[in-house]
Design a binder for this molecule. Sequence first.
Ligand code: DX5
Ligand code: ZN
Length: 231
Amino acid sequence: MICQTLPMSSVQISPSILSADFARLADEVGAVPSADWIHVDVMDNHFVPNLTLGLPVVEALVKASPRPLDCHLMIADPDRWAPGYAEVGAGSVTFHVEAARAPIRLARSLRSAGARAGMALKPATPIEPYEDLLGELDMVLLMTVEPGFGGQKFLDVVLPKIRRTRQMINRHGGSVWLQIDGGVAADTIERCAEAGADVFVAGSAVYGAEDPDRAIQALRAQAEAAGARLA
Ligand code: DX5
Ligand code: ZN
């Protein structure tokens, strides 16, 4: 197992390489030194109607990336496939609860393989049935677009769920990270931070920018300022 350093700051930015140049992935992950994580969207054309990359590419990226990998698995049967991503050294592995048969067992196997365990919810999936699972998790990912593609419009309708999830996490002691993924950009990140998110995935807003690293710095400053207004 390869160990990757874990970031400590409260606002974290995880740029998604879905919007990067797939022919130059090593260069693209090297172009964002301000990132806390590198978000890797694994899609299998079953759970979502799109196909990206899988375990061999992730294994190569673990070695090429200066930052730990945050693998978001949009795949069917994560019970079978997700632990492999932890075993090759991804720092965080997130499965979709809609696809998992045994989410508690799966989260435990991710942790015992050395990764942080994340659980993702599509926009219309409620968080309430999963409150008792928080102790098994290191992160909850709330999708703010339907999973499958980058560059979609942020779904404001998810904001109340972000607030409720933050309250739930705080009741449990606050150690679970709350990640938002989909349509996060300069015009939406403050609303997410004010609702209680602390880890922000951004694909097109980072890799579509002229200077991806500066885009990360600007998004972080916005999220920190919005969080400070809350405190
Ligand atoms: C979508 C992926 C996202 C995607 C976000 O299903 O999970 O991580 O890359 O892209 P943007 O930030 O462009 O919405
Ligand atoms: Zn994602």
